[in-house]
Design a protein around this ligand. Structure first.
Ligand SMILES: Nc1ncnc2c1ncn2[C@@H]1O[C@H](COP(=O)(O)OP(=O)(O)OP(=O)(O)O)[C@@H](O)[C@H]1O
Length: 515
C-alpha cells in the first residue's frame, strides 16, 4: 500500500461519509458517486493535473471507510481489501477489472472517512445489473454469459473462487465487454476448496452454503459456488432479472433454494429461457456440489463456443421461443462426441406401419415433449429433439443414446413395452419406469431403440417385450437390445436430447443433506 496522502477538500457535501465532487484523493480528483455497496462507495475520478496520473484514463475509486466500525468489522474490511488487491496483483486478465493502486485515505477534515481504504480501479461504463434492469439486448445475452465464463474460468484455473458473483459485480466496458469485479470475498483454494468470510449475497448462494458450518477459517467454498451463481445470472439475463426461486424476499427465496437442494421441490425456470440456455442454467443449478462439479467454467465455455460456432448461437441466445427444457445434460456432450455425422437420423411423423407378418409393430405412440416451446415448433429444431435409449436399464450416457432423434408429434412404431426399466422423470415431474420398444427408420443403426413412457401420452395395448420377442422369434426371451425389422422413414438432422435421467437426480437428492 502506498502511504497516506494529504488531501484538499473543495466543496460542501451533505453527508459526512461521502466525498464531494472535486475532492482530491491521492493523485485523483473525485467526480460523481457511481454506487454504494454494503461496505464501500465507488466514485468516478479523473487524474489530478501535475501528478504521475496526468493523462491516464478516468478511474473508479472504491472507498471503504473503517472509522466508525467495530474492530472486528474493520478487520473484515481490511481483509476484504487485501483479497481484492492480492487477486488484482496476481491475476490480471481482460475479463477481470484492472487494479491500479491502493492506499489508506488520510482525511482529518472528514473523520468518517479518515483511514478509509481506497482501491483505484479501471472504470467501467455500467454494470450488468443496470443492463438487466433495462433489459439485456437479445443479441448481447450469449456473448455476455460467455465472457463471464471466461472470467470465471481464469479465476478457477488460477485457483481462486469469486464467491460473490452477481450482476452488480459484472461490470461492462464502454464496448460492453465484461469485467468481473468486487473480489472482496474472493478465496484462494488449497486443493479443492478454500475458506471465505461468512458473507455473500443471499440470492446467489448455493443450497450447500445455507447449512455450511462456520469454522475458524470461515465457510468452505468451492468453484461450484460460482457455477451456481452463474446459473442464477444466466436466468436473470434471459428472464428480465427473474430468479428461478420464488419468494418475496431473499430469505424466502433462500428457503426455496434449500427445498430444491433437499430434493423437495423441482427447479422451475422461466419459460423465457431458450432451450440451450435453459439446459446450461439447469446444469449450473444442479442441487449439490457433486452434481455441479462436472460443469466447470471451462466446460460451460466450451459448450457455449460450440453452440455459437455451430451457427446456432444467435438462435440459442435470443430468438427462440420459450420452452420447458430440462437439464439436457448430455445434449452438447453427445454432439461433441458423436459429431455431425452421428446426428444425421431422425424419425418423421409417421409413417407408422401397422401389424406386419411377424406381428410387429403392434401399436403406435405419438411423441410428447413436455417443453411447451417445443410443442409449438414445427421446424424440427435440433434443440427440441429427444433422444432414444439403446438400453432402457442403463443411465442415459453418450454410449447409451442412439443417433436417431424424435420430435414432439412424431408417431412411432412401438413393438412392445417394458414395465421395469430405469425410472425417468420428465420436466413436469411425471415419473415412469415403463419404456416402449421403437422400430427406427430403414438404414438406422441400431434399427430399434427405447422411448421412455413419459415421452408419450399414448398407452397402446402392447405385449411385454420379452413376450413379444419370444413370440416373434419363436425362441426364448432375449436380453437387451432386441432387433426388429426397421420401418421406412425420412432422415433429418438434429441433435440428441435425452430426457432427464432421475437415476442421476435421485442420487443427487439422496445425498443432499436435509436442511
Ligand atoms: N470499477 C468500477 N467501475 C464502475 N462502477 C463500479 C466499479 N466498481 C464498482 N462499481 C459499481 O459501484 C457499485 C458499488 O460497488 P461495490 O463493489 O462497492 O458494491 P456491491 O458489489 O454493489 O455491493 P456489496 O459490497 O454489498 O457486494 C456497484 O453498483 C458497482 O456496479
Amino acid at each position: 500500500m502506498t502511504p497516506p496522502l494529504g488531501l484538499g477538500g473543495t466543496t460542501e457535501c451533505d453527508r459526512s461519509d461521502l466525498l464531494p465532487p472535486g475532492y482530491r484523493v491521492g493523485g485523483w480528483v473525485v467526480a460523481e458517486v457511481i454506487g454504494s455497496g454494503g461496505w464501500a462507495t465507488v466514485y468516478a475520478a479523473r487524474p489530478a493535473g501535475g501528478g504521475p496520473e496526468e493523462g491516464r484514463p478516468d478511474v473508479a475509486l472504491k472507498i471503504m471507510p473503517t472509522a466508525a466500525l467495530a474492530p472486528r468489522q474493520a478487520r473484515r474490511i481490511v481483509e476484504s481489501a487485501r483479497r481484492e488487491v492480492e487477486l488484482g496483483r496476481r491475476l490480471g486478465h481482460p475479463r477481470l477489472i484492472g487494479f491500479l493502486e491502493t492506499f489508506v485515505l488520510c482525511a482529518p477534515d472528514r473523520p468518517a472517512l479518515d483511514g478509509a481504504i481506497v482501491l483505484v480501479m479501471e472504470r467501467a461504463a455500467a454494470s450488468l445489473r443496470e443492463l438487466v434492469d433495462a433489459g439485456v439486448p437479445e443479441a448481447d445475452r450469449g456473448r455476455l454469459i460467455a465472457e463471464i465464463c471466461e472470467g470465471l474460468a481464469h479465476l478457477h484455473r488460477s485457483g481462486w473462487v469469486h464467491a460473490d458473483l452477481k450482476p452488480e459485480n459484472v461490470l461492462l466496458g464502454a464496448d460492453r465487454s465484461v469485467r468481473l469485479s468486487d473480489f472482496g470475498l474472493a478465496t484462494e483454494l488449497t486443493g479443492t476448496h478454500g475458506y471465505a468470510p461468512p458473507m455473500g449475497t443471499l440470492d446467489y448462494l448455493p443450497p450447500e452454503r445455507w447449512r455450511a458450518p462456520l469454522g475458524e477459517l470461515g465457510v468452505l467454498v468451492r468453484p461450484t459456488a460460482d457455477i451456481w451463481a452463474l446459473g442464477i445470472v444466466i436466468h436473470e439475463v434471459f428472464s428480465s432479472g427473474g430468479s428461478p426461486f420464488s419468494g418475496a424476499t431473499p430469505v424466502a427465496r433462500g428457503a426455496a433454494v434449500q427445498e430444491y437442494g433437499a430434493g423437495r421441490a423441482p427447479l422451475r425456470m422461466d419459460h423465457a429461457l431458450p432451450p440451450f440456455w435453459r439446459a446450461l442454467a439447469a446444469d449450473c443449478l444442479a442441487p449439490t456440489h457433486a452434481a455441479r462439479a462436472p460443469h466447470t467454467a471451462d466446460s460451460l465455455l466450451a459448450r457455449i463456443s460450440a453452440q455459437q460456432a455451430a451457427g446456432a448461437g444467435a438462435g440459442a441466445g435470443a430468438g427462440r421461443r420459450p420452452g420447458r427444457a430440462r437439464a439436457a445434460v448430455l445434449a452438447t456432450a453427445l454432439c461433441g462426441i458423436a459429431g455431425a455425422a452421428l446426428c444425421a437420423d431422425a424419425v418423421r411423423a409417421g409413417p407408422y406401419a401397422p401389424s406386419g407378418p411377424t406381428g410387429v409393430p403392434t401399436g403406435a405412440v405419438r411423441v410428447f415433449n413436455a417443453e411447451r416451446g417445443c410443442q409449438e415448433r414445427a421446424d424440427r429444431d435440433a434443440q427440441c429433439s429427444l433422444g432414444l435409449a439403446v438400453d432402457p436399464r442403463k443411465p442415459y450416457a453418450p454410449d447409451n443414446v442412439v443417433p436417431t432423434r424424435v420430435w414432439h408429434g412424431d408417431v412411432l412404431a412401438a413393438v412392445c413395452e417394458l414395465a421395469d426399466g430405469r425410472p425417468i422423470v420428465d420436466e413436469e415431474d411425471r415419473r415412469s419406469t415403463r419404456w416402449f420398444r421403437i422400430r427406427l427408420p430403414a438404414g438406422s443403426a441400431p434399427s430399434a431403440a427405447w422411448l421412455p413412457a413419459v415421452r408419450t401420452k399414448d398407452r397402446p395395448s402392447l405385449p411385454g417385450c420379452e413376450e413379444a420377442s419370444a413370440g416373434s422369434r419363436g425362441g426364448p426371451a432375449p436380453g437387451f437390445p432386441y432387433e426388429y425389422p426397421p420401418v421406412a422413414a425420412a432422415g433429418l438432422r438434429g441433435i440428441h436430447r435425452p430426457v432427464l435421467d432421475p437415476g442421476t437426480r435421485g442420487n443427487v437428492t439422496s445425498t443432499a443433506p436435509r436442511s
